[in-house]
Design a protein around this ligand. Structure first.
Ligand code: PNW
Length: 455
């Protein structure tokens, strides 16, 4: 059984749903800039309008209520709060007021806010000024300042997330170049990851020392992770490779937070490209999670490689596959090339995290799926999303099993996403929502079957 106070809810992120990119004094973010580069977004789109949620807060809250949500995870656009981003730059009252009102309205509706401070949309000015996430001195201080402003401005909020998926800021952002700011480097991802960890640690320390008032207020980071199985389970090299892949994915961030340093496998492969924690940095990072925020979608079979790792390798020198040696498939195709449903991987991953980090309190902060070809269907068919209904059913069962049989400590679950939205480099073609958004007809919302099957 799940605990009585279990938080069921839905998740979104500012740039993916808000639109209104010029309203109330918002400054540009790196995603505005990135979307304007031809060829970066599959359908040539951007978050200019998205779901227009900035202008539809009442509608979104009514939707959440109608779906029975106890809680809502959303993110704040930093460049609405400080349009230029930095600690000596002016604060934009209109932006702050917007989120303060939104929080009040959510609470009034009986919905608990879980706020992500940073879901990838760095103020463009900070990128121009000093290289943004690459700057080891400036970035953590500017993030801490922004975080403080939010803690102070939203005292009723008790659940805070510093960063969403630092891995996606670091690798697609600075390694493969498929996400903003679109840089391609073999060393920058590791610098960026490091700076995000330190910035997280600084914000957590500020929160705990100056703003945390009640024992039930909490702060943590959200990490993504796919689970892994060996391609050939009888081959020790594949078993080791599967473990190493998990370390490069998740322990990269979780080990410094829970254990005090990067995994040895990463140090071995990356050498000096992986920064070393100074004593001061370590003091900020170690022990900086009140809870573990888990984004989880899929699993892979992992095969070891025999040649040495290339400089651009970010996964631990392995092949990530959908088939194992016996030809068994991990799960059916979806619209997202990286995502195949495999619910047992969710249970096994919850257990892996729990064992490695001594059974932390876990919130599943994202889980969900796209559906192959969904966008090409007529609206009536999109609303009958049985594939997604089955996905949620299987994954939630796997989670309940992990809680009841494996002793995993899960306190909440947020489906990704409340509604179809701007799926980053995939644009609007890929839909993750439990609610259909009719982009052609004024962003109207229509709950799909999965929306009603969840809570
Ligand atoms: C998460 N991948 O990102 C994000 O937190 C959401 O903003 C996003 O919409 C959601 O998952 C669905 O994609 C990911 O390519 C983006 O492996 C890409 C990957 C994984 C997670």
């Amino acid at each position: 059984m799940l605990p009585k106070d279990f938080q069921w809810g839905f998740a979104t992120a500012a740039y993916q749903i808000e639109g209104a990119i010029d309203k109330d004094g918002r400054g540009p973010s790196i995603w505005d800039t990135f979307c304007a580069i031809p060829g970066k977004i599959a359908d040539g789109s951007s978050g200019v309008t998205a779901c227009d949620s900035y202008n539809r807060t009442a509608e979104d809250i009514a939707l959440l209520k109608s779906l029975g949500a106890k809680s809502y995870r959303f993110s704040i656009s930093w460049s609405r709060i400080i349009p230029k981003g930095g600690r000596n730059d002016p604060v934009n009252k209109a932006g702050v007021n917007h989120y303060a009102q939104f929080v009040d309205d959510l609470l009034e509706a009986g919905i608990t806010p879980f706020i992500t401070l940073f879901h990838w949309d760095l103020p463009e000015e900070l990128h121009q000024r000093y290289g943004g996430l690459l700057n080891r001195e400036e970035f953590p201080l500017d993030f801490e300042n922004y975080a403080r402003i939010m803690f102070q401005s939203l005292p009723k909020v008790k659940n805070w997330i510093t960063f969403n998926e630092p891995l996606c800021s670091a690798i697609p952002g600075y390694g493969s170049g498929t996400f903003a700011p679109g840089r391609q480097s073999t060393s920058e991802p590791w610098t960026v990851g490091h700076n995000l960890l330190v910035a997280h640690g600084r914000a957590v320390k500020a929160y705990r020392e100056e703003f945390k008032t009640t024992s039930d207020s909490q702060i943590g980071i959200v990490l993504n992770g796919d689970f892994t199985y060996p391609w050939d389970s009888s081959d020790p090299a594949d078993r080791e490779a599967a473990e190493r892949r998990l370390e490069f994915f998740t322990a990269w961030f979780a080990d410094p937070i829970y254990l005090g340093d990067y995994p040895a496998s990463m140090r071995r492969q990356l050498g000096d490209r992986l920064p070393t924690f100074t004593a001061e940095e370590k003091a900020f990072v170690l022990g900086s999670n009140d809870f573990y925020g888990m984004n989880h979608y899929t699993s892979n079979y992992i095969r070891h490689r025999t040649s040495p790792a290339t400089a651009d390798d970010t996964v631990g020198n392995v092949d990530c596959l959908f088939y194992n040696k016996q030809g068994q498939c991990i799960g059916p195709e979806t619209q997202s090339p990286w995502l195949r449903p495999c619910a047992t991987g969710f249970r096994d991953f919850l257990v892996w995290i729990s064992k490695r980090y001594n059974y932390p309190r876990i919130y599943v902060t994202e889980n969900g799926t796209s559906i192959k070809g969904e966008n090409d269907l007529p609206k009536e068919k999109i609303l009958e999303d049985d594939f997604r209904v089955k996905y949620y059913n299987d994954y939630i069962r796997a989670m309940v099993t992990a809680v009841t049989l494996d002793g995993v400590n899960v306190k909440g679950y947020f489906a990704w996403s409340l509604m179809d939205n701007f799926e980053w480099a995939d644009g609007y073609v890929t839909r993750f929502g439990v609610t259909f958004v009719d982009y052609e007809n004024g962003q109207q919302r229509f709950p799909k079957k999965s929306a009603k099957s969840l809570i």
